[in-house]
Write a protein that binds this ligand. Structure first.
Ligand SMILES: Cc1cc2nc3c(=O)[nH]c(=O)nc-3n(C[C@H](O)[C@H](O)[C@H](O)COP(=O)(O)OP(=O)(O)OC[C@H]3O[C@@H](n4cnc5c(N)ncnc54)[C@H](O)[C@@H]3O)c2cc1C
Length: 191
């Protein structure tokens, strides 16, 4: 297996026998690869790649935000929860990342493919930590924003694509090249 880290898929095409992928590699060179089977797991980018392979994947970027609180002092490390939490009313989730980091995430924002980190979205998350865990210092919190690949029903869809050599798996958006000749039920049920 060969990994092509830092590559960007520029275009793809399927002729039924295989899939051609034109991509820019990590050094900036444009390359072409041909594969009998491909797996596309490009998040919100899956929509465009699948379109080129003849499939319509109805995914949309839904922006979420998180902060990672660096637990710099013993009191903060003691006070931050060890278990993952879900505050259903506030739509906030938390995870303890090792001894000295506490991640808190939330928010669903419709802003297209915009990854800007907006202070007005980060502030409520910091305030949530201050309110529920007053002994955790949020003095050093690292903000982040990412795009969730979402379907309208929020359910992943897994199945063969229209082309003979294409599978679509938008599992919150994954699509995959077909690995075997098409047969009924040849693709494992993900549920
Ligand atoms: C703030 C936030 C909190 C979340 N919390 C949770 C949680 O608690 N639990 C949970 O289960 N999920 C959570 N999610 C959702 C989770 O992150 C996503 O569902 C998951 O990352 C989707 O995985 P993926 O591999 O399908 O897509 P992604 O993680 O989006 O990966 C797609 C990759 O494809 C690459 N790509 C796209 N286009 C191209 C191209 N043309 N060429 C080359 N590469 C390309 C992208 O650069 C990216 O690396 C959260 C998301 C956010 C934003």
């Amino acid at each position: 297996m060969t990994f092509a880290f830092g590559s960007e898929i520029l275009r793809t095409a399927s002729d039924g026998q295989g899939v051609e992928i034109v991509y820019r590699d990590g050094e900036g060179a444009t390359r072409t690869a041909r594969h009998a089977a491909v797996v596309v797991c490009a998040g919100i980018g899956s929509r465009e790649i699948a379109r080129q392979l003849g499939d319509r994947i109805n995914v949309y970027p839904v922006k979420g935000y998180s902060i990672t609180v660096n637990l710099l002092d013993a009191q903060s490390r003691e006070a931050a929860p060890q278990l993952s939490l879900l505050d259903d009313a506030a739509k906030i989730v938390t995870s303890r990342l090792g001894p000295d980091r506490f991640r808190v995430a939330g928010t669903a924002e419709f802003a297209g493919e915009n990854r800007d980190i907006r202070e007005c979205r980060i502030r409520p998350i910091v305030e949530w930590v201050n309110r529920h865990f007053p002994d955790v210092s949020t003095r050093q919190s690292v903000p982040w924003a990412g795009l969730r690949p979402m379907t309208p029903s929020m359910m992943p869809k897994v199945g063969p694509g229209r082309r003979e050599n294409v599978f679509t798996i938008p599992a919150t958006a994954i699509s995959a090249g077909r690995c075997r000749p098409r047969q009924p039920n040849s693709w494992p049920n993900p549920f």
